[in-house]
Design a protein around this ligand. Structure first.
Ligand SMILES: [Ca+2]
Ligand SMILES: [Ca+2]
Length: 254
């Protein structure tokens, strides 16, 4: 399904919050070795709300996240359903409950908003699987899992040090390690809660799994899944919005 979006463009908000060019870097994005930029973090609730603010009423309703996704979990999730997307306490948490079409629309909005204000034209998009993997891959060969810091793709044997570790620097499903809450997050975590990887990105391993340009294919694993999804060759399928699925954008010169 395609959405036709009419923007009202609140430029002051956009410039301050999203797309200020800083030399080689764009605010909130990191230039990769392949020459494109990618968001340092998953797109947050606050960023997604700015997108909604910039839409006409009719489009805004189409783009609202589905907060009922928290009902997919067992347990007392009513507070998450009520507060997660709207409350300022969750500003810096990854947006969830969004569909593939909504994520694509967010990227299109960023493209139009950025290009309306800058001579250097960019196209924002979801990453392809290869682009995400190229940007995410860390060839980590060390032994210190604290230094490892959520380095995606290197097939680190998470189980080897589980008996001696007191802390993990990424947000997967705790029970993998036989101890509850060992990574400090039951559900999602704030996007700056854990250290960035060696390339400067946060939460490519875990937190929320991330959509790619291929509908239904998400990478990186999530708080809902085991740590094996932090390794290359593992991916997740989805067919609807979930509380473990989000996205980040890439940007390329056009
Ligand atoms: Ca966790
Ligand atoms: Ca992630």
């Amino acid at each position: 399904m395609q959405y036709k979006i009419v923007y009202s463009f609140s430029f002051i908000c956009l410039i301050s919050a999203l797309n200020v060019a800083r030399g080689q870097n764009l605010y909130g994005m990191i230039k990769t070795e392949k020459g494109f930029w990618m968001n340092q973090t998953e797109i947050t609730n606050n960023e997604y709300r700015q997108f909604l603010k910039d839409l006409e009423k009719e489009q805004k309703e189409l783009m609202l996240p589905d907060t009922s996704v928290w009902d997919q979990l067992q347990g007392f999730t009513d507070p998450m359903k009520k507060y997660y997307f709207e409350h300022p306490a969750y500003d810096n948490y990854p947006v969830v409950g969004v569909s593939f079409e909504q994520a694509v629309a967010f990227c299109s909005w960023r493209t139009e908003a950025y290009n309306a204000e800058h001579e250097q034209k960019l196209k924002f998009n979801l990453p392809t699987q290869k682009e995400w993997e190229d940007a995410a891959f860390c060839n980590f060969i060390g032994e210190d899992v604290l230094q490892f810091a959520g380095c995606w793709g290197s097939a680190y044997d998470f189980s080897r040090k589980k008996k001696t570790l007191s802390k993990f620097n990424f947000n997967f499903r705790q029970k993998d390690f036989g101890m509850e809450f060992i990574d400090g997050a039951i559900f999602t975590s704030a996007v700056d809660q854990y250290p960035s990887d060696v390339n400067g990105f946060n939460d490519l391993c875990g937190n929320v799994a991330e959509m790619t340009q291929t509908r239904g294919l998400a990478l990186g694993g999530s708080w809902f899944h085991g740590s094996e999804y932090g390794t290359k060759g593992k991916y997740l399928n989805y067919d609807e919005p979930t509380p473990w699925l989000g996205f980040r954008c890439i940007a390329k010169l056009v």
